[in-house]
Ligand binder design. Structure first.
Ligand code: 5AD
Ligand code: SF4
Length: 448
C-alpha cells in the first residue's frame, strides 16, 4: 500500500517569466491532476506549493526569494506541505548554493531539463519525507506525451523546440535551457490535431528561436514547412509563434505568411537595439539595415502585419548616438508595441565582464524617452483600427466588468466590447469604435 494518498490534496503553482515557463507550469499542473491533485488558488493553503522561476526578467532573484520567504511561515505552520522550486534559476549553481544554505526548508529542487520526472520526484519526497535536489546539466531526448492542464479550452501553447544556440552576450537562456532540440514535425502536427479536435482554435508555437526549428535534426522539415503542415489542420484558425530571431527569418517563412490562411498577421521580432555597433557587441549577427529590410519584406507580403519587438536600453558601451539609432529605428518601423528592458547584468553571461556599463541615471532617461515614443506610435496605430471590423477571439469577461468581454484581434490587439457569455471561445466580428494606447474598444452587430 502507498504510504500517502493524494485524495483531496491540492497544489498551487506560481509562475515567473515567459510563455515557455507558463507552458511548463501547465505541464506540471497536468501531471499533478493525473496524480489526483486539485488546483488551489491560495498558495498558503495548498499541499504542494511550486515556484517556477525565471532568470531573464529584471529583479527575478529578488522576487523569487521574496516569494520563497512567504512560504517559510506556511511550512512552519504545516510541516507536511511540500515546497518545490523549479525553472531557469535552478540551472544556475549560485542559486542552488543559496537555496541549500539559506532556505533549507525547501523540499524539492529540480530544473528545466527534468520537468518530466516531477511525479517521480514528488512521490519520493512524500514517501521518504526527504529533501531532493535533482538538476540535469543538459536536456536529453525530448519526452513526448506529457499531459497539460491548459489555461483556456480554445487556445493553447505548443512547444516545437527547446534551448538556444545563439549566445547573445547579455542572455542567460543558453545556459539555463541548454542546446537547441526540435520536436519531430509529426509529433507537433499530431498534438495540434488533437487540440483542434478538443475545440482549440488558436495555437502559439513556442521556442527560443523558432526560426532555427529542425537545425541539427534527422528530419528535413524547417520552420516554414511546419507552418504549411499546420495550416492544413481543420479547426485551427490562428497560428502564432514566439520567438523569432531576425538573423534566421527566411524568405520561405515570409512566403508562408502570404500563403497560409491560418498564420496570424502578427510577428514578434526582437530587435534589441537600433545600433549596428551595439548589435555586434550583443552578438546578434544582423545590422540595423538587415532588420529594416526584413520589416519591408514582411510588409510587402502582408501589408497589415502587426510587428512587436523587444528592446534593451543601456547595453554596455551604448553611447547617446547608439541610442538615437534605436529611436530612429522605432520611428521607421513603427512597432505595434514593444517590450522594453533596462539592461542588467546576468551572472555567467559574457556581458557580465564588459567594463563600459552605462550609468543608471542615463539608462533611465533613455528608457523613458523610448517608452514615450513607443506609446505614441502604438496609440497612433491603434487609432487606425477605428471603424474597421476585426475578428476577435473572445477570451472571457473583463476583470473589472463582467458585462464586458475581452479578446484579441488576429494581429494580437486586446479588444473590449459588450457581449454575451456564449461568445467566449469563438471568433466574433467586432467593429472597433475607439483605439487607445493599450487596447481597443468595439461593438458587435448583435449586442449594442
Ligand atoms: N538585461 C535586460 N534585458 C534582457 N533580456 C534578456 N536578457 C537581458 C538582460 N541581461 C530581454 C531581451 C529578450 C527579453 C526576453 O528579455 O530583450 O528578448
Ligand atoms: Fe537569449 Fe539570444 Fe537565445 Fe534569445 S536568441 S534566448 S536573446 S541567447
Amino acid at each position: 500500500m502507498e504510504k500517502h494518498t493524494n485524495l483531496n490534496k491540492s497544489f498551487h503553482i506560481q509562475t515567473f517569466g515567459c510563455q515557455m515557463n507558463e507552458h511548463d507550469s501547465e505541464t506540471l499542473a497536468g501531471m499533478l491532476a493525473e496524480m489526483g491533485y486539485i488546483e488551489n488558488e491560495n498558495k498558503r493553503a495548498a499541499d504542494v506549493a511550486i515556484i517556477n522561476t525565471c532568470s531573464v526578467r529584471e529583479n527575478a532573484d529578488k522576487r523569487f526569494f521574496g516569494t520563497l520567504g512567504q512560504l517559510k511561515k506556511v511550512k512552519e505552520e504545516r510541516p507536511d506541505v511540500v515546497v518545490a522550486v523549479c525553472g531557469c534559476m535552478m540551472q544556475q549553481q549560485h542559486i542552488i548554493d543559496t537555496l541549500k544554505t539559506k532556505y533549507p526548508w525547501v523540499d524539492l529542487i529540480f530544473g528545466t531539463h527534468n520537468l518530466h520526472e516531477f511525479p517521480k520526484l514528488l512521490t519520493n519526497v512524500l514517501n521518504e519525507r526527504s529533501k531532493i535536489v535533482d538538476i540535469w546539466e543538459d536536456g536529453g531526448e525530448i519526452i513526448e506525451g506529457l499531459p497539460a492542464k491548459r489555461m483556456y479550452p480554445f487556445k493553447a501553447f505548443v512547444n516545437i523546440m527547446y534551448g538556444c544556440n545563439n549566445f547573445c552576450t547579455y542572455c542567460i537562456v543558453p545556459f539555463t535551457r541548454g542546446r537547441e532540440r526540435s520536436r519531430r514535425p509529426e509529433e507537433i502536427v499530431a498534438e495540434a490535431r488533437s487540440l483542434a479536435a478538443s475545440g482549440v482554435r488558436e495555437i502559439t508555437l513556442l521556442g527560443q528561436n523558432v526560426n532555427s526549428y529542425g537545425n541539427g535534426s534527422d528530419f528535413s522539415a524547417d520552420f516554414a514547412d511546419l507552418i504549411y503542415q499546420l495550416n492544413e489542420i481543420e479547426g485551427i484558425d490562428r497560428i502564432r509563434f514566439m520567438t523569432s530571431h531576425p538573423k534566421d527569418l527566411s524568405d520561405k517563412l515570409i512566403a508562408a505568411f502570404r500563403d497560409c490562411k491560418s498564420l496570424a498577421n502578427y510577428i514578434h521580432l526582437p530587435v534589441q537595439s537600433g545600433s549596428s555597433a551595439v548589435l555586434k557587441r550583443m552578438n546578434r549577427k544582423y545590422t540595423k539595415e538587415d532588420y529594416l529590410l526584413l520589416v519591408e519584406k514582411l510588409r510587402a507580403a502582408v501589408p497589415d502585419i502587426a510587428i512587436t519587438t523587444d528592446i534593451i536600453v543601456g547595453f554596455p558601451g551604448e553611447t547617446s548616438e547608439d541610442f538615437e539609432e534605436t529611436m530612429d529605428l522605432i520611428r521607421r518601423v513603427r512597432f505595434d508595441s514593444a517590450f522594453t528592458f533596462l539592461y542588467s547584468i546576468r551572472k555567467g553571461t559574457p556581458a557580465e565582464n564588459y567594463t563600459d556599463q552605462v550609468p543608471e541615471a542615463e539608462k533611465h532617461e533613455r528608457f523613458n524617452r523610448l517608452v514615450d515614443q513607443l506609446n505614441e506610435i502604438t496609440g497612433e496605430i491603434n487609432k487606425t483600427y477605428e471603424g474597421k471590423v476585426e475578428g476577435v477571439l473572445v477570451e472571457g469577461p473583463s476583470k473589472t466588468n463582467p458585462q464586458i468581454l475581452t479578446g484579441r484581434t488576429e494581429s494580437g490587439k486586446l479588444v473590449h466590447f459588450k457581449g454575451t457569455e456564449d461568445m467566449v471561445g469563438q471568433i466574433i466580428p467586432v467593429k472597433i469604435t475607439e483605439g487607445k494606447t493599450f487596447n481597443l474598444f468595439g461593438i458587435t452587430e448583435t449586442v449594442e
